[in-house]
Design a protein around this ligand. Sequence first.
Ligand code: FES
Length: 154
Amino acid sequence: MLSEGAVKEINDLTGKYANKRSAVMPALFVVQREYGYVTEEGMREVANILGLRPVQIFEVATFYTMYNKKPVGKYHIQVCTNISCSLLGANHIVDFLSMRLGVKVKETTPDKMFTLSTVECLGSCGTAPMMQINDRYYEDLTKEKIEEILKGLK
Ligand code: FES
């Protein structure tokens, strides 16, 4: 069950938008923060709080890749593989991370520290190739830079 604080946060969102459907996306981020990923229970709770049908929540959660539908590691590494990043070596970045972490894309390391994902454009094309780890962007990536970044994640 969502905490009292999370329920209040979602309720408060409704006052910020002209209609309740506009509150679905930020409400799903609240659910993701609370549970670590967007659970079915969490989606039903959002529907209940916002007075919407569950399908109206499910369709949003399943459309966007930024909502995790299953548990992820402590560090969720999302490598952009869209056009600008691909042209500047995103696939090599993915292969390097996969080799370095010992997991394939969509997998989590056995110690639950890292999940590796590929995503569409993150809006940072000018600093490609890039990746997002949790809420932070890492740009102009090289293998050496990634080694330094991984060393800093404990
Ligand atoms: S193509 Fe990678 S951030 Fe836009």
